[in-house]
Design a binder for this molecule. Structure first.
Ligand code: HEC
Length: 114
């Protein structure tokens, strides 16, 4: 019984987390993010698929993760020759919009055959 209660609490906590994450993602405007992504496309692509080998794909990445990464580059907590130049110019709203846009791109994966 105690285990059941624990499970209920766990599930409730998950639901709250999912809602919070959804809200976080909804905070950005994906259409505005697409326009702003023009300044990212040389390296990350407008479709979120990296165009240079040093840059990661951003398509389908979680908005929470993208937002944190951009804020970390902006603050200097995370450093990279390219991103440390790009990120300081971004306002919170830009970061939310860019995160909303890149996270909204649908990706499919095809694992290699065994
Ligand atoms: C000149 C090339 C270049 C441009 C322009 C650029 N990036 Fe990057 N970006 C990179 C590289 C290279 C990395 C990998 C950095 C590292 O290793 O930490 C990166 C990393 C990132 C990451 C971290 C991803 C992860 O998986 O941790 C995010 C998010 C990101 N870029 C977003 C953006 C956004 C949004 C823009 C436009 C506002 C942008 N970048 C513009 C080259 C670029």
């Amino acid at each position: 019984m105690a285990q059941r209660n624990l499970l209920a609490v766990f599930l409730a906590a998950c639901a709250v987390t999912v809602c919070a994450v959804r809200d976080g993602a909804a905070a950005g405007d994906a259409a505005a993010g697409r326009r702003k992504a023009l300044m990212c496309q040389t390296c990350h692509g407008l479709d979120g698929r990296a165009k240079i080998p040093e840059a990661p794909n951003l398509a389908g990445q979680s908005a929470v993760y993208l937002g944190k990464a951009l804020k970390d580059y902006r603050s200097g907590a995370r450093k990279n020759d390219m991103m440390s130049i790009v990120a300081p110019a971004l306002k919170d709203e830009d970061i939310d919009d860019l995160a909303a846009y890149y996270s909204s791109i649908e990706v499919t994966v095809a694992p290699p055959p065994k």
